[in-house]
Design a protein around this ligand. Structure first.
Ligand code: CA2
Length: 144
């Protein structure tokens, strides 16, 4: 089983700014934790981060040729991007959406996700654990 993990805009700042909201782990720490869980569960991972919507769309289209599913924290594009939703529905691979923070308890504009209605599942509010739980859920879905 092969999964692509996608980190959306600004997530490379993780652990460097706003630790009270997003925690103190860096993006490299998150990827390392995901890799270790993937190994434990017998899955392969590739990771990708971009601040650019078009690059995310291109990555999804290309990666769909070689992976079984996606785990994505779309960052702020969650709340704005019909294009990202269309890219994910267009490739016909299951995906799980995850967020570090509890977006339901933050500003009103963060409560809506364009992706959630077409995701296999969504995990939010558990910090880095949201990614790990999301990976477990995605792999269960892929092998179920
Ligand atoms: O909680 C999440 O994971 C979010 O996807 C993070 C996004 C935010 O726009 C979403 O509403 C919820 C922001 C990612 C920016 O990451 C930063 C990390 C550290 C410092 C500043 C930004």
């Amino acid at each position: 089983m092969k999964v692509a993990v996608i980190h959306g805009p600004n997530l490379r700042l993780l652990g460097k700014r706003e630790p009270e909201v997003y925690g103190s782990d860096t993006l490299d720490d998150v990827n390392a934790s995901l890799r270790s869980l993937a190994t434990e569960l017998g899955a392969e991972l590739e990771t990708f981060q971009s601040n650019h919507e078009g690059e995310l769309l291109d990555f999804i289209e290309a990666a769909a040729q070689r992976v079984d599913g996606f785990l994505i924290n779309p960052g702020a594009f969650t709340h704005t991007s019909v294009a990202l939703r269309d890219a994910l529905t267009g490739v016909d691979r299951p995906f799980v959406e995850c967020h570090l923070s509890n977006t339901a308890g933050r500003e009103r504009f963060r409560r809506h996700s364009y992706l959630a209605p077409v995701a296999s599942g969504v995990v939010y509010g558990f910090g880095v654990q949201s990614y790990l739980l999301g990976l477990r859920g995605l792999l269960a879905r892929l092998s179920g």
